[in-house]
Design a protein around this ligand. Sequence first.
Ligand code: KIV
Ligand code: ZN
Length: 535
Amino acid sequence: MTTETAPANESNGDSESAEDRVRIFDTTLRDGEQAPGFSMDRRTKLCMAQALETLGVDILEAGFPQASPDDFAAVEEIARTLHHTTVCALARCQTGDIDTAARALERARQSRIHLFLSTSPLHREHKLGMSKQQVLETAVASIERARKYCADVEFSAEDALRTEPDFLAEVFSAAIAAGATTLNAPDTVGYTTPAEMVELFTYLRRHVRDAHKAVFSAHCHDDLGMAVANSLAAVSAGARQVECTINGIGERAGNAALEEIVMALKVRAPHFGLSTGIDTRKLYPTSRLLTQLTGQAVPRNKAVVGENAFAHESGIHQHGMLKHRSTYEIMRPQDVGIAETTLVLGKHSGRHALRQRLEALGHHVDDHAMDGIFKRFKALADRKREIRDEDLEALAIGQDPDATGPWHLTQLNTSSHLGSSASATVKLSHEDGHEVGEAAIGDGPVDAVLRAIERATGTDMELTGFQVRAISEGGDAQGHAQLTARHAQRDWNGSSVSTDIIEATAHAALAIVNRIERQGEHHAAQAMKSQGVAP
Ligand code: KIV
Ligand code: ZN
């Protein structure tokens, strides 16, 4: 963890950046992950964090350590693993939160504590029950405490855009005096317009004392579809950090989409005169990785990374494109990492070609994981004529060791008849050596398989989410099954990929059972340890 003290503009050693460089603060793993349907386990978060570092984000908000032990562990692991990206942890302006965030960041090479406290009259009265003076004093005390742990402290005035501008300037002035190095003005409820954004940031930069000692930041939500426009407006009025997420995921309608902000700054460089540290050729692979890991696809027409973003359907457009690309294209697919030619891999391809392709798709695999992936690649290549990028992504996701053991599926049969219920039989083996077979009927083959697995493993699961998607094309396409189930008052996710969707569903259900069982073993071991029963 960084402990030396320095003003924000100098601490990164990029003096040129203060004026011309916009810092990209990625919050995919915190604000993004908070949104329903996007929760990620620790391993998934680490995989995403590594891809974000390769993408070149400046600051990566890894989570909210005080929120849960899982969040703490994820932040700690990401902090330990990343090499040069600043790893950030969120904390309320409370002693416990700050101390926990600092502990989670202890092993980081570069770290930041991100404090937030509401400042708007609505939040002061109804959420906090605090006066202006109390808000001010709490913010100052918290920043001072965080600065004892970390030289890089960000303060966010939650609901800033509905806060009285003079009070906001007063809080920010006090925050700088207390040691904050980044000041974030979030549009927490996505209420603002670009013109208002320009007005506020211009005002703040004029009225905050010692404004030059901190970096101003925007954090915009997309409730009215203006998050990206508002972020860019803030930048044009002097903000030099934007907080955003891959594919724009986030609370409610989401956060500002990282890929859109970055490409707007790049494509319209003559207009903005600003740069970022993002390797834009990694945008598409990173976006794809997120959709694969969460099972949530982006709309076809999504800017920059949607399937249609570079597709030209109408004859007039195609004709123009063939004559001169820039008639209808403002950026090239390669600029965002969409390969124009897809290298086809098949059963004769080697390990080297496979690794290269996986890396190009944003998957960084170590040698050990590569052994398993290569084996599964060869098995798939025996079944499929042509292995496409989507297949490879599926294989790479399947590398998650969480998806295997202690239970393994050894046999699966299902039958269904039009107008009547379906039945399934499963045979499972457990790593302790015993085997179990069960049969069940259900409202369809998926239901029957789930019931049979529940019975065989003795695990109660209430299915709360189920999605199957084809992730490649053709009759031998792979299906991605993603399940969410409730067990012991908690949601558990499992996903798997197979050319047979029922088989993919069974593996996804088993991945959930395995997580539940491993977690139980882990807790039992911890309990024994705390009682002095185990070493
Ligand atoms: O939207 C918001 O206000 C936030 C803060 C925690 C920065 O996410
Ligand atoms: Zn937010």
